[in-house]
Design a protein around this ligand. Structure first.
Ligand SMILES: Cc1ncc(COP(=O)(O)O)c(C=O)c1O
Length: 351
């Protein structure tokens, strides 16, 4: 006899990138920002009082919502804050998908989406991407909810704005545009969240704001969707500490922009170097590069890099197994990566 729900018993849980505690490794596997967050973050941490911790936090993250609303040109009740954008995504499956409903996403994309569908016991309705991981959406496609990572992961590519807008206009369910990496991109879809009743844009402070450890994400969209998330969330889903620190971070957008500009410049330099070495590298609008190593199996290169203390991400499987995802680190880290890659491919690439 089992005490578990059948769905939980057979669930293949989400596998997060590893967090090895090995000194001096070059860690390029979980798309963290290599630069520190705003100095105001540390000031906010130091200013936390024991009284703030003794009491329950503001259940509605009012100050943070107000600031985010101002940043995105929406009203305060168009913003919902969660314990990382992963929580926001999970709440969307509970708020917008009936029992027996369906959850869609591209194959290939963020590997959490199918797991969320399984937890919710919703049928998965993946859509095959076109050649080169490009947009490809059947005209008659229907689902209760569609998760659209844009820029997509692990490819780093942004989908064409016209395609996304046209899809949102004709889709009968809710579209959650997951813009976890958008601060590293040249454009965004926030206008769709401002104008369409069935669109939520999800963002995170984990990547561009260098705060993956804090766990803060948010959604922007029509009040009818946002209200539903408030209805079903845990009473105190975001700690007082996170609210205070997150607010400090988003009031210093200049530091975030300076950090993302550095990451973007490094990304382009490394991409050019990889192309010169003969590897395939897709254009990236994110803080990582999706590459197919020349002349070697990706898995072997992954292991060769690891032996040198350089940790990148390999996703086994028919669609992704031939590639590696490389988080963009500091200039020095990326030089170590490029040197390590030359050794790992054993002269089989062109350089
Ligand atoms: C596409 C995408 N969405 C969301 C997340 C999760 O972000 P958070 O740290 O806010 O939960 C990730 C993390 O890697 C991601 O790749």
């Amino acid at each position: 006899m089992s005490y578990l729900r059948k769905a939980v018993e057979r669930l293949a849980a989400y596998v997060p990138g590893e967090q090895p505690r090995i000194p001096n490794i070059v860690k390029l596997n979980t798309n963290e920002n290599p630069y520190p967050p705003s100095p105001r973050v540390l000031e906010a941490i130091q200013a936390v009082t024991t009284d703030e911790l003794r009491r329950y936090p503001d259940p509605n993250c009012t100050a943070l919502c107000q600031k985010l609303a101002e940043l995105h040109g929406v009203r305060e009740h168009c913003v919902f804050v969660g314990n990382g954008s992963d929580e926001v995504l999970a709440l969307c499956t509970r708020a917008f998908v009936e029992h027996g409903g369906t959850i869609g996403y591209f194959d290939t994309t963020y590997s959490l989406y199918p797991v969320l569908a399984d937890i919710q016991e919703s049928a998965r309705l993946p859509v095959e991407l076109g050649p080169e991981f490009a947009w490809c959406m059947p005209a008659n496609y229907r689902a209760s909810l569609f998760f659209l990572a844009n820029p997509n992961a692990p490819t780093g590519m942004r989908f064409p704005d016209e395609e996304v807008a046209e899809f949102c206009a004709r889709f009968s369910g809710v579209v959650v545009i997951d813009e976890a990496y958008v601060d590293f991109a040249d454009a965004d879809c926030m206008a769709l969240a401002r104008t369409r009743e069935n669109v939520l844009v999800a963002r995170t402070l984990s990547k561009s704001y260098s705060l993956a450890g804090l766990r803060l994400g948010y959604a922007v969209g029509a009040p009818v969707l946002i209200d539903a998330l408030y209805k079903i969330k845990d009473s105190y889903n975001v700690s007082a500490f996170s609210q205070r620190v997150g607010l400090a971070a988003v009031t210093d957008i200049e530091t975030m922009r300076a950090n993302t500009a550095r990451v973007k410049a490094t990304r382009e330099r490394v991409r050019a170097a990889l192309l010169t070495q003969g590897h395939r590298v897709w254009p990236s609008q994110a803080n990582f590069l999706w590459m197919q190593p020349a002349g070697n199996e990706a898995k072997e290169v992954f292991e060769g890099l690891r032996r040198q203390g350089i940790v990148v991400r390999h996703f086994p499987g028919p669609k992704t197994g031939m590639c590696l995802r490389i988080t963009v680190g500091t200039e020095i880290e990326m030089d170590r990566f490029l040197d390590g890659l030359r050794i790992a491919v054993g002269g089989k690439a062109m350089a």
